[in-house]
Design a protein around this ligand. Structure first.
Ligand SMILES: *Cc1c(COP(=O)(O)O)cnc(C)c1O
Length: 401
């Protein structure tokens, strides 16, 4: 591994002042067990061989890099390229870390995978991994999200997962986290809690980044082969930040490659209307780790909004907070309107319907292209948009202009 990745995080899981594992005593030994298992098992020849096999023969990796020539011509200026995680099995990057987490669970002798899910994307990816390995799967999901995201609930059930409805409080993601952790404690001997992004207590931000690193490794090699150079700018949307960290990890030791995270600006910069955590947030603690947060007046995680439900999170992975403070990466935001325009444009002019989350990265590339003639921009197309087409066309029709 490269020098930055080897030295970040520290052994206790800190990226500068961010990260760590501030856990209730009942959970501490279980996270320590995961940490130890990761350190030993993930380096073993058997694990590496198994994961390579799965990526190639089940997930369909490597995914290609595509030159978005029509979009580049229309924007004028820079050439835009996309790493095609929409072509990864199940249609998004999440399966990269879910398959690896499940493989780790199997090597640890666990028989069950557990998680919470918001929009259901993580639940579907984890249920897929559980089915592949013949493991049980228990997914906690707020009642409100269950009603909103019916197709993903159907997918999870088809894949054999038990979907546990969460009926207290706001009946959404935050309560689903609480409910899933409660259910996990008595089952922790036999189950692995699999976090769905580069968030949560150590070792998850490091582990999920390292499992997503394959995206950046492939993209760097493919881009070099296509163009003979490295990209000038690399960009990805940031919810928790796993698809962005995966791509960034491939270029972080290349000082001439500028890294950009794109946060969702929703409908406005007023608190509650967006989920642009690094752009508008401050230091804080959430779900057992230190990071940057959007807080309400009482100092609690604030309500957030974005058209892309996968980016709907008031915190962000601790490594992004660190890269933001250190200046190694730059964070910018795209609002709902820009993301929707990018969604339509990529569909119409490239024949690729992107996930609304990924459309934020496309919007970033379209905006920057005109300002950077002669340069190249590589974005992560984190997922495909089939899940979003009904919502988008019913709400906005077939174009934004
Ligand atoms: C979940 C999701 C995201 C956001 O998660 P990150 O951890 O920030 O990558 C982005 N794109 C797609 C397609 C997703 O499903």
């Amino acid at each position: 591994m490269s020098s930055y990745l080897k030295s970040h995080p520290t052994r206790d899981g800190f990226f500068g002042t961010y990260g760590g594992a501030d856990l209730p005593p009942v959970l501490q030994p279980h996270f320590e067990e995961i940490s130890k298992a990761y350190d030993t098992i993930s380096r073993s020849a058997e694990f590496i061989r198994d994961l390579r096999y799965i990526r190639k023969h089940f997930q369909g990796r490597p995914t290609p890099v595509s030159h978005l020539k029509n979009l580049s011509d229309r924007c004028g200026g820079a050439q835009i390229y996309a790493k095609r995680e929409d072509l990864n099995h199940t249609g998004a990057h999440k399966l990269n870390h879910c398959m690896a987490e499940a493989l780790l669970a199997k090597h640890m002798g666990k028989t069950k995978l557990m998680a919470e899910t918001g929009a259901g994307q993580h639940g579907v990816a984890l249920a897929t991994a559980a089915a592949y390995f013949g493991m049980e799967c228990e997914i906690h999901m707020g009642e409100i999200d269950i009603a909103k995201e019916a197709p993903n609930v159907t997918r999870m059930k088809l894949l054999g997962a038990e979907v546990v409805p969460v009926c207290f409080g706001g009946r959404s993601l935050k309560e689903a986290v609480d409910s899933a952790f409660q259910s996990y404690v008595p089952q922790a001997e036999t189950a692995l809690f699999a976090i769905g992004s580069v968030v949560g207590p150590h070792p998850f931000p490091m582990m999920v980044r390292n499992f997503q690193h394959v995206v950046g490794i492939e993209a760097r090699e493919q881009f070099l082969e296509m163009t003979g150079e490295l990209p000038d700018m690399v960009g990805a949307c940031v919810g928790g930040g796993s698809n962005a960290m995966g791509l960034f990890a491939g270029f972080i030791d290349d000082p001439d490659v500028a890294l950009y995270g794109v946060e969702p600006l929703g409908t406005s910069s007023n608190l509650g209307d967006h989920a642009a955590t690094l752009t508008y947030g401050e230091d804080g603690d959430i779900h057992g780790f230190r990071t940057m947060l959007l807080k309400d007046e009482a100092g609690e995680p604030a309500p957030v909004h974005t058209v892309a439900s996968g980016l709907d999170y008031p915190g962000v992975g601790p490594e992004h907070a660190y890269l933001y403070r250190s200046g190694r990466a730059t964070y910018t935001a795209a609002d709902d309107k820009e993301a929707l325009k990018a969604f339509y444009d990529l569909s119409r002019h490239e024949g690729i319907i992107p996930a609304l989350e990924s459309a934020h990265a496309v919007a970033f590339a379209m905006r920057e292209a005109g300002k950077n003639p002669g340069k190249s921009i590589l974005i992560n197309l984190s997922g495909r948009g089939d899940k979003d087409i009904d919502y988008v066309t019913e709400t906005y029709g077939f174009s934004v202009d």
